[in-house]
Ligand binder design. Structure first.
Ligand code: XMP
Length: 328
């Protein structure tokens, strides 16, 4: 019997059994998966859950405020925000290989969770909190496991930050109540749990964030540029009423590619931005979304006019397979 209510009952019982009387932390990204995982764990263990939001500097505009406002207001969960921007940027310096980036990001997430867990224990020494926080909640879904090579007989396509990207010396015991589920099932469970619609309906955004949408080395300037372009794309797609028709629309900066343009008074030698709108049921396969050309034109005009350093916008017209949704 598959109903959101029965999955919730089953998972809540499992979580209680696994965690016992211990404390637990959960990485919250602002996305659907971690929000629903946290809501399940909160239902199971209540106050013994602390959520951790890591600002790794690879976020889109406004992401941090959304978590703090939308999620915390709706659930009343305890939230710790960690500014780890310098840490991630310095670990990513000089790195261009996609899998290396993914592993560094996965590892640094865990390092932040470890130090946060240690300081939570330190702060609450006088309370009855146990001497250690050993459980970490992750919103891992079935497709994350499959793509990271964890499904039976499947190849490693890319290491999702919360599966194949975890460091070997990690000592956390993972709590992953969504590991057998697809995104549409997770959304149904989230709605049943009362997670706000603004979160449940959000389009997917990968944990490694803009770090895997800069093709080339990740630097502060490139992140700022991409954040600006991404915000324009999201604004225009929303204004055109297209959000519900699109699974997600990665915006990618080809940082190692330059082309000649003519802007304002003369020649430019800038970078292309790629639009990757896709339609999908579960992200395992996808088709490129046939966006109305006038919307594409508006996005292109705005990006080339408003984002300094970009002189070309291109549209990705590849399905999955053969292309994956993200470029790295
Ligand atoms: P791909 O690029 O593999 O993406 O076709 C499939 C879906 O997964 C998202 N994605 C990730 N999500 N951590 C995540 O939380 C990751 O490391 C990761 N890599 C890809 C991607 O945005 C798409 O929705």
């Amino acid at each position: 019997d598959w109903s959101p209510a029965s999955i919730i009952d089953e998972q809540v019982a499992r979580i209680r059994e696994q965690i016992g009387e211990d404390e637990v932390i959960c990485g919250l990204s602002g996305g659907v998966d971690s929000a629903v995982a946290a809501a399940l764990v909160q239902r199971a263990v209540g106050e013994r859950l602390t959520c951790v939001f890591v600002d790794h500097g690879l976020l889109r505009q406004d992401e941090r405020r959304q978590v703090e406002e939308d999620y915390v207001k709706a659930t009343g969960v305890r939230l710790v925000t960690v500014d780890a921007r310098e840490q991630f940027l310095s670990e990513l310096a000089g790195v261009t290989d996609p899998e290396t980036k993914r592993k560094i990001i996965g590892r640094e997430f865990i390092r932040v969770f470890e130090s946060t867990a240690a300081s939570l224990v330190e702060e609450s020494k006088h309370d009855s909190v146990p001497g250690e926080i050993k459980f970490l909640v992750q919103g891992t879904l079935y497709p994350d496991v499959v793509e990271s090579g964890g499904g039976s007989g499947t190849a490693n396509i890319k290491s999702h930050h919360n599966v194949g990207g975890l460091p070997e010396d990690m000592t956390f015991e993972l709590v992953e109540p969504l590991r057998a589920l697809f995104k549409d099932e997770v959304r149904a469970i989230g709605r049943e749990l009362g997670v706000p619609e603004v979160i449940v309906a959000r389009q997917p955004f990968p944990g490694p964030g803009l770090g895997i949408r800069i093709i080339g080395e990740v630097t502060q300037d490139r992140l700022d540029l991409l954040r600006e372009a991404d915000a324009i794309v999201r604004e225009e797609l929303t204004a055109a009423g297209l959000d519900a028709q699109i699974w997600q629309c990665p915006v990618v900066l080809l940082a190692d590619v330059r082309s000649v343009g003519v802007q304002g008074d003369g020649r430019t030698y800038g970078h292309p931005i790629v639009l990757r709108p896709v339609s999908s049921e579960d992200a395992m396969t996808a088709d490129w979304t046939r966006l109305p050309y006038d919307v594409v034109a508006r996005i292109s005009n705005r990006i080339t006019n408003e984002v300094e350093g970009v002189n070309r916008v291109v549209l990705d017209v590849t399905s999955k397979p053969p292309g994956t949704i993200e470029w790295e």
